[in-house]
Design a protein around this ligand. Structure first.
Ligand code: ZN
Length: 130
């Protein structure tokens, strides 16, 4: 368990934690708050991510994801659900560009085979390559 620092980039900071502790396979969850957010949505027709940003304080009501290797480095794939002051939710795929206000995370490291990301032709996504 740990916490991120005020002003951290959420995705970069979580990837840095995994790299620092050499975590290659695992699961991750977090709660907290952000100052602004950038999220991704995968356009399945175009096979590319679209992004949207919101410049307001939001709660991290849920961050859930997994850790595997991409390009030889620990990579966090996570999805975020965020709430505003009225409790309205937005969510999406975590990308760089979300600024931490406060964040507490839990990482569970798995032993066993290392999962590596390749490229999946059907979806256009960097899915696990078995
Ligand atoms: Zn995703």
């Amino acid at each position: 368990m740990g916490k991120l620092e005020y002003g951290d980039d959420l995705m970069q900071a979580l990837n840095d934690v995994c790299a620092a502790h050499k975590i290659q396979t695992g699961r991750i969850e977090a709660i907290g708050a952000v100052k602004k957010a950038k999220l991704g949505y995968y356009n399945q027709e175009a096979k590319e991510y679209e992004f949207f940003e919101t410049y307001q304080p939001l709660e991290i009501t849920s961050l859930t994801g997994n850790i595997s290797l991409r390009h030889g480095k620990p990579f966090v794939h996570a999805h975020l659900t965020l709430s505003d002051k009225q409790g309205k939710l937005i969510g999406g795929h975590m990308v760089p560009g979300t600024e931490v206000f406060a964040c507490e995370f839990v990482i569970q490291e798995f032993s066993g085979p290392v999962f590596k990301r390749g490229f999946d032709n059907t979806t256009g996504l960097p899915l696990w390559d078995f």
